[in-house]
Design a protein around this ligand. Sequence first.
Ligand code: SF4
Ligand code: SF4
Ligand code: FES
Length: 238
Amino acid sequence: MKITVKRDSAFEIYELEDGAYTLLEALNKIKRELDNTLSFSSGCRSSVCGSCAMRVNEKEVLACSYKVQEGDLIEPLNNMPVIRDLVVDMDKSYEMNVKAKAWIKTINSEAVLDHEAEKINEVQSDCILCGSCYSSCPVYAVNGEFLGPFSLTRVWKYVSDKRENDAAEKIDTIQTNGIWDCTLCNNCTVVCPQNISSKADIEKLRVRSSMFGYSDPNFGSFGGGFDGGFGFDGSPSF
Ligand code: SF4
Ligand code: SF4
Ligand code: FES
């Protein structure tokens, strides 16, 4: 079985014995037996830490869960500086959580979360910060200031948390280089290994923004109304 790995300035083909390897096992085998200069990141080997995200045949995967196939083309994540081979610098995308104010600011200690309230933002807590969504995002590719998928997902998590007393500040923050810049292409959702839909969270944030008096700057008064098939929590209900 042959696979091709994009290295700093060239593509290198490696030949492996046939076998049911995960991509991470294949890369470790290459490093151990064929070429110890190959660099990649990994940690848990069980789809939990997010550190082994990379691209195979132009689609983001976790190397520890993807079964490598004959002819695969392995590349680093897109839209992030490559440190070496398959290792990228994700600092800038992490910083978007700070820019987006993606945390609880003031806690209403009297608000009690019942089961229904917990379900509104349960899945968003599963993000493993793998960076796949930023790699797949066409808006982030052309605008490095776009707050981007996982940060906006985190904003939704905290805006929709009834214990947050000051959702307004977060809503204000995501109006520029944020929710209205997203093209709703759904790439981030397709590649997320945790089944998180940042696209859906961005749609909910648009609805919530409308409730705070904002509208889509691209379409004036046509944007973001919450009168057409949206649930009370701002969730689309189709
Ligand atoms: S939202 Fe999904 S794709 Fe994006 S960083 Fe989190 S786990 Fe990875
Ligand atoms: S849906 Fe929005 S955030 Fe997700 S990849 Fe597309 S443009 Fe980026
Ligand atoms: S090594 Fe942790 S997610 Fe793959």
